[in-house]
Design a protein around this ligand. Structure first.
Ligand code: 5GP
Length: 128
C-alpha cells in the first residue's frame, strides 16, 4: 500500500484540500513553493501512462479545476504542472504556483509552518 493510499484512507494525516469519488487533493508536505498541491487518483496505480484512458482524462480535467483554485488563492505568475513519481509510486499530479523557474525545480524547497499549511489548504479549498 502506498503512502498516498494511507493518506487517502486517513491513516496518515494530510493538509487536505478536496476529495471526490476518484481523486484526493492535498498539499505537498515538502513544497517547492507555498501552495504546491498534489492531485492523486484514489485508485493506486504506479505510473501515469498506465492509467486507463477515462481516469487519465479525468485526472487532467480535475487538475485544471484545482489549478484554477490555486491561481485564485496563491499569488503567482502561473500554475505549473509536473508528473514525476520517482519518490512515491502512486500516480500524482504536482500543481505548483510559479513565480520563478526555480519553483519548477524539485531542488528548491519552502519551509512552512503548520498554521501556514492549514491556511493555504483552506484558502485553496474555498475557491473550489
Ligand atoms: P515524486 O514521487 O513525484 O518524485 O515526489 C513525491 C512528492 O510527494 C514529493 O514532492 C514529496 O514532498 C511528497 N510527499 C512524499 N510523502 C508525502 C507525505 O507523506 N505527505 C505529503 N503531503 N506529501 C508527501
Amino acid at each position: 500500500m502506498s503512502i498516498f493510499t494511507k493518506i487517502i484512507n486517513g491513516e496518515i494525516p494530510s493538509y487536505k484540500i478536496a476529495e471526490n469519488e476518484d481523486f484526493f487533493v492535498f498539499l505537498d508536505i515538502n513544497p517547492n513553493a507555498a501552495g504546491h498541491t498534489l492531485v492523486v487518483p484514489k485508485k493506486e496505480v504506479d505510473q501515469l501512462f498506465d492509467l486507463g484512458d477515462e481516469l487519465y482524462l479525468k485526472l487532467f480535467q480535475y487538475s485544471k479545476t484545482v489549478a484554477a483554485a490555486i491561481k485564485k488563492a496563491v499569488p503567482c505568475k502561473r500554475v505549473g504542472l509536473s508528473v514525476i513519481g520517482l519518490e512515491v509510486p502512486h500516480v500524482h499530479v504536482h500543481l505548483i504556483p510559479l513565480n520563478q523557474m526555480a519553483d519548477a525545480t524539485f531542488g528548491k524547497k519552502e519551509k512552512l509552518t503548520e498554521v501556514e499549511f492549514i491556511a493555504l489548504a483552506e484558502k485553496i479549498a474555498s475557491f473550489l
